[in-house]
Design a protein. Structure first.
Length: 422
C-alpha cells in the first residue's frame, strides 16, 4: 500500500476511534452519575436517630411491655393490641348476630354458640371501648404535639404528653384497687395510645413502642435485603460494589434500631410479669413513675437539655467533618495517582476510578450537609435568644405604653424589630 493510501486509511480510522472514545466517556459519566444518585437515595432512605432518641424509645418500649403484661395479668385483657381487639370485635358481632337472628339449630358447629347473646354483646362492647380509648389517647397526643417532626427543646408539649401517660397509668392503678376492671383497662389503653403516638412523632414511623408487629416485620424484611446483598455478591464471586456496601450499611443501621426497640419491649414484658408476681396491681406504678419523671425533667430542664444535646451534636458533627475531609483528601490523592499511572498505558489497562469519584462526590455532599447543620444549630440558638429578648422587650414596652397615658395609647413612634438569619 502506498503512503498516500496509508494516510487516507488513517484519516478514515481515527475519527471512528475518537467517536468511540467520546461515546465510551459519555457512557461512563452517565453510569457514575446514576451510581451517585443511587447512593444518595440509599443513604436518604433511613436516617438513624440520635443516641438519646434511641434510649428514650427503648425506655418507653420497656414501659409499654410492663403495661401490656400488667393489663393481661391483672385486668384479663390486652390494651394495645389493636389487631387482636378488632378481630375480637368482629368475632363477637357475629356471635351477636347468631344469638339475635339465627333460628334454633342453626350454626350448631360454630364455636360461637358456646357463649350467650349477653356474653357476646358484653365482649364486643369491651373491645370497642378499648379501641376507642386507644384512639383517644393518640388524639390527645396529637393535640399537644401538632408536628410530626421532632423539635426537641421547642414549645411543643412533649413533657405534657409524658406526664399525661403517667397520669393514665396512675389512674389505672387506682381503678384496679377499686376493682373497676374496664375503667382501669380503658385508662391503660389511653396511656398506650398517647405513648405510641408520641414515639411515632419522635422517632418516625419505623418505631412503634407499644406493639412489635411492625417492628418484627421490618426486622425480617431488612435482614432479608441485607442477606440478599451478601449472597448475590458471593454467588457472582466478586467484591461488593460501593453502592451495595452503602445499602448494606443503611440496612444494618436500621436493623440495629429495630432490634433495640424489640428487645426493650421483650425485657419490659418480662419485668412486667416479674413485678406483677410480687406487687400485683402496683405494677402500673412502674411505668407511671418512669414516664412522669421524664415528663417533669423535660418540662423543668428543657432549655438546659436542649443546649447540652446541641453541644453534643456540634462536637459529633465536627468530628465527622474532619473524617470526611480526610476521606476527600485520600480519594483525591488516589485519583491523581491513577490519572498519572494512566498516562502512557494502553487503553485496555487504564485503571477504573468510577468508585473513587462516587466516594469523593458523596463525601463532598456529606461535608456540605454537616456544615449546613452546624450553621442551623447555631442560628437556632441565636434566634431563640433574640426571640426571648424581643418578647421581654415587647412586654416592657407594653407596660410603659399603658402607664404613659392610662389608655393603652402610646405617644412614642412605632418601632418594628425583627431578626434575620445569616
Amino acid at each position: 500500500m502506498s503512503p498516500r493510501s496509508q494516510r487516507m486509511a488513517a484519516r478514515a480510522v481515527h475519527p471512528q476511534q475518537e467517536c468511540d472514545s467520546s461515546s465510551s466517556s459519555s457512557e461512563d459519566s452517565a453510569t457514575e452519575s446514576s451510581d451517585a444518585e443511587a447512593v444518595k437515595k440509599a443513604r436518604a432512605s433511613f436516617a438513624r436517630p440520635a443516641d438519646w432518641m434511641i434510649i428514650l424509645g427503648a425506655v418507653l418500649a420497656a414501659c409499654a411491655g410492663i403495661v401490656n403484661v400488667g393489663a393481661l395479668l391483672e385486668l384479663r385483657t390486652v390494651v394495645s393490641h389493636m389487631t387482636g381487639l378488632t378481630t375480637n370485635l368482629g368475632l363477637r358481632l357475629e356471635g351477636v348476630r347468631i344469638g339475635m337472628f339465627s333460628a334454633d339449630g342453626d350454626h350448631v358447629n360454630s364455636i360461637l354458640t358456646g357463649d350467650s347473646l349477653h356474653g357476646h354483646a358484653g365482649l364486643a362492647r369491651e373491645a370497642m371501648l378499648l379501641i376507642l380509648c386507644f384512639i383517644f389517647g393518640a388524639f390527645l397526643c396529637g393535640l399537644v404535639i401538632p408536628k410530626n417532626a421532632l423539635h426537641f427543646g421547642g414549645k411543643s408539649f412533649y413533657g405534657v404528653a409524658l406526664i399525661g401517660t403517667s397520669i393514665f397509668c396512675t389512674l389505672c392503678t387506682i381503678l384496679s384497687f377499686w376493682h373497676l376492671r374496664m375503667p382501669a383497662a380503658c385508662s391503660a389503653a389511653c396511656a398506650s395510645g398517647m405513648q405510641n403516638a408520641m414515639c411515632t412523632m419522635h422517632l418516625g414511623a419505623v418505631v412503634r413502642t407499644t406493639h412489635v408487629t411492625g417492628t418484627a416485620t421490618d426486622i425480617g424484611s431488612t435482614l432479608g435485603r441485607a442477606t440478599m446483598i451478601v449472597v448475590r455478591a458471593a454467588c457472582e464471586r466478586r467484591r461488593r460494589s460501593y453502592l451495595e456496601n452503602v445499602e448494606l450499611e443503611v440496612d444494618l443501621k436500621k436493623l440495629t434500631v429495630l432490634l433495640i426497640i424489640f428487645t426493650s419491649f421483650f425485657v419490659g414484658c418480662f419485668l412486667g410479669a416479674l413485678t406483677h408476681s410480687h406487687l400485683g396491681a402496683w405494677t402500673f406504678v412502674v411505668p407511671a413513675i418512669a414516664t412522669g419523671l421524664m415528663g417533669v425533667l423535660y418540662t423543668c430542664f428543657r432549655t438546659k437539655m436542649k443546649q447540652q444535646i446541641k453541644r453534643m451534636q456540634v462536637r459529633q458533627l465536627e468530628a465527622e467533618i474532619e473524617e470526611v475531609a480526610e476521606m476527600v483528601q485520600r480519594a483525591r490523592s488516589r485519583s491523581q495517582h491513577s490519572t498519572t499511572a494512566r498516562v502512557g498505558s494502553p487503553p485496555h489497562q487504564e485503571p477504573s476510578t468510577g468508585d473513587f469519584d462516587v466516594q469523593m462526590e458523596h463525601a463532598l455532599e456529606v461535608l456540605q450537609d454537616l456544615q449546613a447543620t452546624i450553621r442551623d444549630i447555631y442560628d437556632d440558638d441565636d434566634n431563640d435568644t433574640q426571640r426571648d429578648k424581643h418578647d421581654a422587650r415587647g412586654g416592657r414596652d407594653d407596660c410603659h405604653s399603658v402607664a404613659s397615658d392610662g389608655t393603652g395609647q402610646s405617644n412614642a413612634p412605632l418601632r418594628i424589630t425583627g431578626t434575620a438569619r445569616a
